[in-house]
Design a binder for this molecule. Structure first.
Ligand SMILES: [Zn+2]
Length: 510
């Protein structure tokens, strides 16, 4: 059995995506399980696992007489056991990508009326539901319009725009997304403990960044590395995945921070010779800078340049995908730092020749981009990213609050837009909140529900939001209040309606 199968989450509390887990924990608490869900998200994000868990929750003996405070499946009662074996006749998994589906769904309309044979709920899990034909959707729609009380539907898709609106509107929609680094490491740690692997500090963030947010991919990489023995060392990662040595990473960062551009060029030449993969070098740079930032914060040193470098590196993660030379965007970030913020060249040991070499490199990458060495949409993406870089660079970290409530209200939308570029899931959670009061440094934010308040008040999330606000308005302490008219306790799907970007600010501050 592969790691991915063996370590599939089996309980709501083990779901890998935090916002999806939070959402279903709220569903368990309220007991308000919908009769139809639509799970939308990329492959390997855990939709099928979540569907199976949900089908166990509604059937587990532990929940037989409960109306709320439902429990995670026990894994031991007769219904849990039959579902774990995959032989339960009342939980039907249909893969819409296979043939003969129209018949299946016509058949389903008849069969769904019949009471379940052994379990309390009959659950239909339809995978890749966007592949269903028009006739199939019509049949499905009729069933969803008048669902029998004993039936539950979980529709999964990677392409929700291909599912008719009439179907979507009858389902509770849950967005799954590419995992961020914290979620990925969390999930990998379960495998590492389960398999008693020994792993270097470097390996986890590297695996997380190589897997592009897919749990399946990350587990596969880990399994490959574990094939060489239980101890996963730095050198194994360097050799098998194309990393760089920690010494070089440290030298590169130190060179940039001490404004030694010549050294930056030297180190990157070395990285190129060693065929280091840009994605791994990026992860290593970010990991190292995170550590340096923590040290600097503790010792009261200036973190401004470190923060700026982190910001720029995050933005460059998109560029390395389209750059003709993937290491170049990273090299340019470090060079820019080493040359100083405003373009003058303080204390640089760069010779005239080296300066023109840097300028040549910059020119070269610009030309290649302009000549259409990359596809147009990708070029546009790079250009927007470049605008973001400008924005990030021009942001000064202010020490005093230089704003008013009116100004914050006015700029709220823009703030959320730029925040969502770096942290989609948090920005999504802030979407339906509004700034209400400003007393000194304390900003009172009105949110729609208790659930939303609890989510946003979690220490790490709050810190990230406050950090982002500080960049725009100066230091702010956030306080959340629930809108008064709000009396609903039911979980709101908007709260889970989130997206995520590959590189998450949370992973830097978390
Ligand atoms: Zn059970």
């Amino acid at each position: 059995m592969s790691y991915y199968q063996k370590y599939r989450p089996k309980k709501v509390s083990e779901l890998n995506l935090f916002s999806v887990r939070d959402f279903f924990e709220a569903v368990l608490k309220s007991g308000q399980v919908s009769h139809a869900y639509l799970f939308v998200g990329p492959r390997g994000s855990g939709k099928t696992s979540a569907a199976r868990i949900l089908s166990q929750v509604v059937n587990c003996e532990l929940n037989k007489d409960r109306r709320d405070n439902l429990l995670d499946p026990c894994g031991e009662c007769s219904s849990c056991l039959s579902l774990n074996k995959g032989g339960a006749v009342d939980v039907i998994e249909i893969d819409a990508a296979s043939n003969g589906l129209v018949e299946d769904i016509r058949d389903l309309r008849e069969k769904v009326r019949l009471a379940p044979a052994n379990l309390r709920k009959k659950v239909y899990i339809i995978d890749e539901v966007h592949m269903v034909s028009t006739a199939g959707f019509n049949a499905l729609l009729k069933t969803l319009e008048e669902p029998p009380a004993h039936a539950m539907f979980i529709l999964c898709t990677t392409e929700s725009h291909k599912v008719p609106e009439t179907i979507v509107s009858r389902c509770t929609k849950i967005n799954f997304y590419k995992a961020n680094e914290v979620e990925m490491i969390d999930s990998l740690k379960r495998v590492i403990e389960g398999e008693s692997l020994l792993i270097s500090d470097l390996a986890l963030p590297v695996l997380a960044s190589m897997s592009d947010g897919s749990f399946r991919e990350a587990h596969k990489l880990l399994e490959q590395l574990a094939g060489f023995g239980v101890e996963i060392t730095d050198s194994l990662i360097l050799e098998k995945l194309g990393g760089a040595s920690k010494v070089l990473i440290k030298m590169a960062v130190e060179a940039a921070l001490s404004h030694d551009s010549a050294k930056v060029l030297e180190v990157f030449a070395e990285l190129e010779r060693g065929s280091s993969k840009a994605q791994i070098v990026l992860t290593m740079l970010i990991t190292y800078l995170k550590q340096q930032m923590e040290l600097a914060v503790k010792s009261g040193a200036n973190v401004k340049e470190i923060l700026k470098m982190l910001d720029m590196l995050i933005v460059s993660s998109e560029k390395i995908k389209v750059s003709p030379e993937p290491l170049l965007p990273l090299e340019l970030v470090l060079l820019e730092i080493s040359l100083g913020a405003s373009g003058e060249r303080p204390n640089t040991s760069l010779t005239e020749g080296q300066i023109s070499k840097v300028e040549e490199k910059l020119q070269d990458v610009n030309n290649k981009l302009r000549d259409g060495a990359v596809l147009k949409p990708e070029l546009e993406k790079v250009q927007t990213e470049e605008k973001k870089v400008d924005k990030v660079v021009s942001v000064e970290i202010r020490n005093e609050l230089n704003t008013s409530l009116d100004k914050i209200k006015q700029e709220w939308g823009d703030f959320l837009d730029s925040f969502s570029a770096s942290n989609g899931s948090l920005a999504g959670m802030l979407r339906n909140s509004s700034p209400m009061d400003l007393q000194g440094k304390q900003l009172v934010l009105e949110v729609r529900s208790r659930f939303q308040k609890d989510m946003l008040e979690r220490e790490v999330k709050k810190k990230v939001i406050e950090g982002e606000m500080e960049k725009v308005w100066g230091p702010i302490n956030l306080k959340m209040v629930v809108q008064e008219m709000e009396a609903r306790t039911e979980p709101n799907t908007d709260d889970a309606n989130v997206t995520s970007v590959n590189v998450d600010v949370e992973k830097i501050f978390g």
